[in-house]
Write a protein that binds this ligand. Structure first.
Ligand code: TPP
Length: 330
């Protein structure tokens, strides 16, 4: 590792590194519990996780500022956690509780929290990208220092909405980072059937913007990069495409055994698990000790345990309120 990066690492406050690790660990522990709940038939609908991809959302939220806006997708639980959502509310959402973010209504992944600058996603891939571009424009017109983070998968880049959003954003120099999480498969469709270019980031010059290809499983480097990039985008507003290479370590959802993903590929990326990579790097650099990391992990596990026990006890929505919020009040 070169001296320049070493200086950068130690120039970041320790609390930031703790936050990056905590977001990933909290996400992993929460999703491990959600997977179990799914197999116990306690979840209504599917369970879609970001296991193996935690470094991307965690790096982006760690690099973000208070006015920033996020459009996460199904694999970005780290965005919710990194922007301040409680795991108690996340479990309430997945268990369809009346006191959860969507009050036990709508799909379990369709939640957000505007107080945290996180839009609730809808399922149509690409559809949230123009929303985050418009949200950032609106905030900046009010003089607020907002940068946007729009998440999309390799498959989602084939949608018309992706093209329209990135082109519009580029033309108007809206400071939005389009983060492509390239996890090699769109459900069972491999990337060779998705696009013809070598890397998706090769599309950036066609939009007249800069593009960066990053290792999505190296959160330390990704955080440092996004931190620097977004600081610069605040001064010099522009749209940037960042492709993060990663792999989905579970099925598309828990109903899917992902037998179409070669086991060697899973082993290769499993050996570069983002949490493992971060742990090793932060300890070898002397930023955090093994004991400090163990304490963070224990605290996450305890919080997840309390949160899910609480959510299990919380009430489901009252059927009498079924039509509430569907029609405008007279
Ligand atoms: C516009 C649109 N087309 C199809 C779907 C159905 N669909 C849901 S997830 C998915 C695969 C998405 O793959 P990718 O964008 O690579 O994201 P990943 O699931 O790998 O994170 C598809 C085709 C959808 N939700 N929206």
């Amino acid at each position: 590792m070169d001296a320049e990066i070493k200086t950068e690492l130690s120039s970041v406050p320790k609390v930031k590194w703790e936050g990056l690790l905590r977001t990933m660990l909290m996400a992993r522990k929460t999703e491990e519990r959600l997977i179990r709940l799914y197999h116990q038939a306690k979840i209504y609908g599917g369970v879609y996780t970001g296991v193996g991809q935690e470094g991307i959302g965690a790096s982006a939220t760690s690099a973000s500022g208070p006015e920033d806006l996020f459009a996460p997708l199904i694999r970005n639980i780290t965005v919710h956690i990194g922007r301040g959502e409680t795991v108690r509310d996340i479990f309430r959402q997945w268990l369809s509780r009346a006191n959860g973010p969507t009050r036990g209504r709508d799909g379990n992944v369709h939640y957000g929290n505007l107080k945290n600058g996180v839009y609730a996603m809808i399922s149509h891939l690409g559809a949230m990208l123009p929303v985050v571009v418009g949200g950032v424009m609106a905030k900046r017109r009010r003089g607020l220092d907002a940068v946007g983070f729009g998440f999309i998968g390799d498959g989602g880049t084939s949608t018309g909405d992706f093209h329209e959003a990135i082109n519009f954003s580029a033309v108007f120099n809206v400071p939005v980072v389009f983060i492509v999480e390239n996890n090699h498969y769109a459900y069972s469709t491999p990337t060779k059937h998705q696009y013809k270019c070598k890397h998706l980031v090769d599309k950036a010059p066609g939009y007249g913007i800069e593009g960066h290809f990053m290792d999505g499983n190296n959160p330390v480097e990704l955080f440092l990069f996004l931190h620097k990039l977004t600081a610069d985008m605040r001064k010099n507003p522009r749209t940037v495409l960042v492709e993060c290479d990663t792999l989905r370590m579970r099925g598309h959802g828990e109903h899917d055994d992902s037998s179409y993903v070669p086991r060697e590929l899973l082993a290769e990326y499993g050996a570069r698990d983002p949490i493992k990579v971060t742990r090793e790097r932060l300890t070898s650099e002397g930023i955090l000790t093994v004991d400090e990391i163990a304490a963070i992990e224990q605290a996450c596990l305890a919080e997840v345990d309390i949160a899910y026990q609480q959510a299990l006890k919380d009430p489901p929505p009252d059927p009498a309120t079924m039509a509430n919020g569907v029609y405008a009040d007279a």
